[in-house]
Design a protein around this ligand. Sequence first.
Ligand code: 8X3
Length: 257
Amino acid sequence: PLSIEGWTVLITGASAGIGLAAARRFAEAGSRLVLVARRAERLEQLKEELQAQYKVDVHNVVADLSVASQVERLAAELPPAFQEVDILLNNAGLALGTAPVQAMASSDAVGMISTNVTAVVILTRELSKGMVERNRGHIINVSSIAGHTAYPGGSVYCGTKHFVNGFTDCARHDLVGTAVRVSAISPGAVNTEFSTVRYKGDKSKADAVYAGIVPLNADDIADNILYAATRPLHVQVGDIVVFATNQSGPQSIARIL
Ligand code: 8X3
């Protein structure tokens, strides 16, 4: 595998779930980290943990990725030692509700589009420039099986993840003459805060998503991310689609346990 020791990795949504699990794995691989999230205290704890355990440099950025101006600012204001981002992990993302298209709240739609779509576009544009100039880089987008399949009640969420997969493929076309690689990871049911956020704190609805199966966990997806990141430089992972074993689609889950 490729050594990414000393590479600078920027991770959005690093305070929990897949982003946090990936931060630990990149630190273990000796990467330097820029961790982005809204929750300052959690980021601070993680930074301390990673610095103590893996002796790597970590820089935290507290930002709300649903606000485009904050996304632009975070890219423009990285401190000199962390400006040369080698790996961009566009991980932050969320679903809000399962209302049908004719009844969904505008605020939910905008919330998903701004974080899942707009922030990904801005960060990719801002950070891919330097990757091209330095002839080194990898953009890894955390998508979803909802980016491959539509399901009822998924409307805008599925739309944003279809966008992520389309955007990933288009960015790969644009960067094809460079050393920059572009990958997507498309997970199925991963047990993180995802469903608690989707159901706005309704724990019984959130738990029901993962009931009766062994769902994927954040570490499983961090493993996919590290796999893509550490392939030899001539290997470009396009998309890793990964389901729980008793799952064959977003809503095709055999709850047999
Ligand atoms: C999350 C997976 O199936 O809930 O991206 O849409 S699903």
